[in-house]
Structures are given as C-alpha cells and as structure tokens.
Design a protein around this ligand. Structure first.
Ligand code: THU
Length: 134
C-alpha cells in the first residue's frame, strides 16, 4: 500500500473514533515520521470546552511517546463538508517537530484534495534561540 494511502486510512480510522459530542465535528490526523512510521489520533472534546484536544495534537503526542521527533508529513481529515485546515496552535505544534518543507495533506473521506508545505500555511512561526539552553 502506498504511504499516502496508509496515512489516509489511519487518519480515517482515528476520525471514526473521535470523541466530539459537543461539536459533532470529527477530525482524524496521521503523522508520517522521518523513520516512515505513522501515528494517528482524533479530537477529544470535553464538557469544559478549552480542555478539548485537537486530532493533530494527539497524533504528535503519540509520535513523541514512541520516541520519534521528526514529522515528514501530516494528513488531516474530518467529517465536515469542507476540508479541515489545521488550527493555528496545531500549525505551531507541527512546526516544533517539522520544517518548512513538511507536507500537510488535507483529505476528504476518499482522497487527498490539497497538499501544502508547512511554510505555505505558517510562513513565520514563533522560534527563538533565546529560549534554547543548548
Ligand atoms: N479540531 C481539530 O481536531 N483540529 C483542528 O486543527 C481544528 C479543530 C477539532 C477541535 C474540536 O473538537 C472540533 O474540531 C471543532 O472545533
């Protein structure tokens, strides 16, 4: 199976498990790492709305917990009628572990409909050496 197809099927599988009783908006995200592994997750809402977690954040957390650090690509899909663009906070999360060329695929239930680089969606991100202790 093509990597992109696998990425889509993992994101769709996660989307079907989304916990979105408040918005009914189900999102699935799947990250492809530099080691060619895939980590997927869905949005997890909460009755205390700000406690909700985006699908991308969950997928990135799963990648980190597995010991990986580099995002080559991320695919996002939803049950909405329009494509879902990662929110601003998630773009910053992707920037932490990706680079300007990291691919962002937006898909519907069948296929990838738009392909971007992180630079397209987030030309500038918060990134300063002042906070680095290395
Ligand atoms: N959501 C995501 O999972 N990812 C995004 O990038 C945008 C929004 C979720 C959060 C919330 O559960 C639902 O979509 C509606 O905002």
């Amino acid at each position: 199976m093509e990597k992109l197809e696998k990425l889509l099927s993992k994101a769709l599988e996660a989307k079907d498990n989304a916990y979105a009783p408040y918005s009914q908006y189900c999102v699935g995200a799947a990250v492809l790492t530099s080691k060619d592994n895939i980590y997927a997750s869905c949005n997890v809402e909460n009755i205390s709305f700000p406690c909700g977690i985006c699908a991308e954040a969950g997928a990135i957390s799963a990648m980190i917990a597995a010991g990986e650090r580099k995002i080559k690509a991320i695919l996002v899909t939803s049950n909405g009628s329009d494509l879902v663009y990662p929110c601003g906070a998630c773009l910053q999360r992707i920037a932490e572990f990706g680079d300007k060329k990291t691919k962002i695929y937006l898909a519907d239930a069948k296929e990838v409909r738009q392909t971007y680089c992180l630079k397209d969606l987030l030309p500038y991100n918060f990134n300063t050496k002042d906070l680095s202790h290395e």
